[in-house]
Design a protein around this ligand. Sequence first.
Ligand code: IMP
Ligand code: MG
Length: 171
Amino acid sequence: MKKIKVLISEEKINNRLDELANQIMDEYKGKDIVFLCILKGSIFFTVELAKRIKNNIQFEFVEVSSYENNESTGKVKLNKDITQSIEGKEVIIIEDIVDTGRTLAFLKELLLEKKPASLKICSLLDKTSRRIANVKADYVGFAIEDKFVVGYGLDDEQNLRNLNYIGYIEE
Ligand code: IMP
Ligand code: MG
């Protein structure tokens, strides 16, 4: 059995989500927002953050894959595209973690072609030391060191997403 250690507790996540929500409400006063959730890892973060925001939020979902056997392959594939137009809308990409940055670089380019009024990135976690592609999240929950993390949406080969905290696997 793999042993999981707590990296960020549920309480810490909740407190940080309150702060992020306030920051977003401040910056998007009176505006409708589209939360563009990247499946599957961002579902928990998307829902919990959205519940704290008073603006009207519409939801879109994309699914991309780049990881195989917990290794970034470098190639990003779009498995599922959005279903409604985002033209002229204020879009925030909601991501679980920015690692190499390749996923977001790929998505940003793809989404900008759809002509949103604005496009920002909000990521729960940021592993800055691993960055390869030139992307930066506008909102970050927590910067973390280079550890493989699970929980709160993040998976280990599709498992452990439903932990209510962010943990790492002790080898
Ligand atoms: P990037 O394209 O290298 O930035 O990878 C981003 C994607 O890789 C994230 O959306 C996650 O799905 C996955 N990923 C990166 N690091 C981790 C991790 O530590 N745990 C689980 N998934 C991760
Ligand atoms: Mg992901």
